[in-house]
Design a protein around this ligand. Structure first.
Ligand code: GTP
Ligand code: MG
Length: 225
């Protein structure tokens, strides 16, 4: 295994304790000045590619670490090791389709030891349980592919209700799938009043600068407030 990639096997979490553990973790992260971004979205929606594009922007100002989640492989961790030298790979082994607060705390302890101050969690590609389990993250985003329907926010309302931003990937092929950004925006607004939508292409780089600038602004605000 690549020297940079540490493996953590996640265990079953306690649903009765998770919210409390998540809130405690968020408070600890705030006290330590560590920002944690939770990246959720369906399998293949473009989470890893988006993180791969975003890390170089953040690395200009922050010490960035990535926490990847997979059933069994380390493929995403290897891809992200091209742009990030602090990487944790979570394995769920197929038993637990989520990352809970206790899991993120274990990964973050490793990151803190390496002085990371911005941690990006690529959550498992499941739309319901990823949203149901609070990871303790500072910010939650949803990655939606232009290959998906424009009404996905209405179909998975909880995930879109709790998110702070929606990133639509695949804008380079959106005209072929007929993805309707206005309809997606209207679907999102019916359940989330404020989360912005960033249309991007991880292939061409379109929109990545705007999304990364917004994220960095939010990290700066977090650090001063
Ligand atoms: N053309 C195009 N392809 C993209 C874009 N974003 C991702 N892809 C491709 O879509 C496929 C899936 O992207 P990933 O980033 O691996 O998706 P993921 O959400 O991390 O997938 P899982 O980790 O398996 O859930 C890959 O072949 C990417 O190269 C994009 O904006 N445009
Ligand atoms: Mg991935």
């Amino acid at each position: 295994m690549n020297n940079h990639i540490k493996l953590i096997e996640l265990e079953e979490a306690d649903s009765l304790k998770n919210d409390e553990e998540a809130n405690e973790l968020r408070t600890q992260l705030k006290d330590m000045g560590i920002f944690m971004l939770n990246v959720m979205g369906a399998p293949g929606s473009g989470k890893t590619e988006l993180i791969h594009r975003t890390v170089p922007y953040l690395s200009n100002e922050y010490r960035v670490g990535c926490l990847c989640t997979d059933l069994d492989t380390t493929n995403d961790a290897y891809r992200l090791s091209e742009v990030c030298s602090h990487i944790i790979q979570f394995h769920t082994g197929g038993m637990w389709p989520y990352v809970a607060a206790e899991g993120s705390r274990l990964g973050l302890m490793e990151m803190i030891a390496e002085d990371v101050n911005v941690a990006i969690l690529e959550n498992l590609g499941v739309l319901i349980s990823a949203a149901a389990w609070d990871t303790g993250a500072t910010m939650n985003i949803v990655v939606l592919s232009a290959a998906d329907g424009s009404d996905v926010p209405l179909k998975y309302p909880y995930m879109f209700a709790i998110c702070d931003a929606v990133i639509v990937t695949g804008m380079d092929f959106a005209n072929m799938t007929g993805f309707d950004l206005n309809r997606c925006h209207a679907s999102l607004r019916s359940i989330n009043e404020s989360a912005p939508i960033f249309p991007v292409s991880s292939r061409t780089g379109q929109g990545i600068g705007e999304w990364s600038a917004w994220l960095m602004h939010r990290i700066r605000l977090y650090n001063v407030m």
